[in-house]
Design a protein around this ligand. Structure first.
Ligand code: EPZ
Length: 439
């Protein structure tokens, strides 16, 4: 099992260029099976979820290669519509393939997806959206059989603006003759990016970023070259790392509007934030202040994927911070490890009350999910002494070599792989690492 050793107290300083956005690249990889011919996705991050998605595309008959920071997908020999159970259980985003497979082959068989245990994560809205397009769906012992023989364009009304369900319906409808309108659609920047990608392939989609998306079906799509948006969550994580260490950072290719909900909170903490045309800079204050109550919500509300990192930051801020996780039922599991570092946190259901302490101390920590793991690294960077963070494989699901990016900004972070670090850290706790496990 791989982990990270983090020696706290080094100021983060310098410039960083953000990887392509995981939550844009995954639906874009899925959509790359729709066009005839080859598609090239530049800025494809070297992350475990992208590798797993590539594995599924290859099993379905596509030729998908991830190399030199880009993905090449040739859908010419796509032939299978049954999703391989083992692979699709590895990542939640495997469900994003349902819409494109149905859109292209008019039938699909999938199993309920896996993923991080941050909540129940049902797919009822995905299925409701596809049924509204005339897909006949039969669920049988965890397997979902979809018959799209009589699919037709139409209106889809979502009770909740689900990111994945919105993306699945967009991809199922792009090759469907007629007009499909999605009402109460999700408005995340990654939805706009998927629309732009499909339109580069020859699609006719309008309205992404608003509550109503209009898909005018086309006969066919052609391969193309596309560069996804930069990863706002990686950007937000690096901003938190700079703030936790009293440092300063420039994100060279960040899109300020995508990070607005995060930077507004960081301004409340006393950080200086500068928006540049093609980037963003942040300078931390001597002492962080607590922020006003933080409620996670669908975009443009505060992103749930930044909740853990901001909670970690508030642990050493002057005053009390309240964090309420409204999007996922079980996304406060990082609290236990932060308490191990000396944090003062009370949890009641989905609400956490954090009383700032003078400083955190190093400890042996364990990532429980992707963003919770990143939050522990942020806390360890600002803490006194050394920490180890186990389960780097969970962090690798969404961060492309986080230790390299942070070390490039002056942090002391190194990757630990089996055995060589069997030594006591400053808090006198042995840090055993065993064989690697699947993410
Ligand atoms: C996407 O997940 C992201 N993943 C998540 O990022 C992100 O947290 C989430 O959107 C919200 O922003 C990717 O894009 C790959 P949802 P998704 O459907 O599509 C409930 C990360 O850390 N729901 O908007 O799964 C669901 O249970 C990951 O990068 C239903 O009830 O999110 C949740 O409570 C984690 N029924 C809420 O809606 C459904 O059919 C939001 O889910 C679908 C969702």
């Amino acid at each position: 099992m791989e982990g990270f050793r983090v020696t706290g107290g080094e100021k983060i300083q310098g410039q960083a260029r953000l990887q392509g956005a995981k939550n844009a690249v995954l639906p874009i990889l899925a959509a790359a099976l729709l066009p005839e011919g080859e598609t090239v996705i530049r800025d494809c991050p070297d992350i475990r979820d992208a590798q797993a998605m590539a594995g599924i595309l290859n099993t379905l008959g596509c030729a998908c290669r991830l190399e030199n920071g880009q993905a090449r997908v040739d859908s010419g020999r796509l032939c299978r519509w049954e999703m391989p159970e083992e692979l699709s259980k590895q990542i939640r985003s495997s469900i994003f393939l349902l819409g494109p497979i149905l859109g292209k082959l008019r039938r699909a068989t999938v199993t309920f997806p896996g993923g991080c245990d941050i909540g129940l994560r049902p797919i009822d809205l995905h299925l409701k959206g596809l049924r509204a397009l005339g897909v006949r769906i039969r669920e049988d012992g965890g397997v979902i059989h979809c018959d799209g023989g009589s699919m037709r364009a139409g209106n889809v009304y979502f009770d909740y603006p689900s990111v994945g369900a919105t993306e699945n319906v967009m991809m199922a409808a792009v090759l469907l003759p007629g007009i499909t309108t999605i009402h109460n659609a999700a408005r995340e920047p990654e939805i706009e990016d998927l629309q732009n990608f499909l339109n580069v392939l020859g699609g006719r989609i309008r309205g992404a970023g608003t509550k109503v998306i209009r898909v005018e079906g086309v006969q066919s799509l052609r391969g193309a070259v596309y560069t996804p948006i930069p990863d706002r969550i990686v950007g937000g994580t690096l901003l938190c790392a700079a703030a936790a260490t009293g440092g300063e950072i420039e994100l060279l290719n960040a899109r300020p509007r995508d990070l607005k909900p995060v930077t507004e909170k960081m301004k409340e903490m006393g950080c200086g934030v500068w928006e540049m045309e093609d980037g963003l800079a942040l300078k931390a204050p001597e002492k962080l202040r607590a922020f006003s109550p933080l409620h996670t919500r669908p975009h443009p509300g505060f992103p749930t994927d930044m909740q853990a990192q901001m909670l970690a930051l508030s642990c050493t801020a002057e005053g009390e911070s309240v964090i309420v996780e409204n999007v996922f039922e079980n996304r406060l599991s990082h609290v236990e490890d932060l308490r191990r570092m000396g944090a003062d946190i009370q949890v009641c259901g989905r609400r956490a009350l954090v009383r700032g302490v003078a400083a955190l101390h190093g400890a042996r920590l364990r990532a429980r999910d992707l963003r919770g793991g990143a939050a522990l690294v942020v806390a360890a960077l600002g803490a006194r002494g050394e920490s180890t963070v186990e389960r780097a494989d969970l962090i690798d699901r969404g961060y492309d070599h986080l230790e390299t990016v942070l070390s490039g900004l002056g942090a002391r972070v190194e990757r630990l792989t089996g055995g060589e670090d069997e030594r006591k850290n400053e808090s006198g706790i042995a840090a055993p690492f065993s064989a690697r496990s699947a993410g």
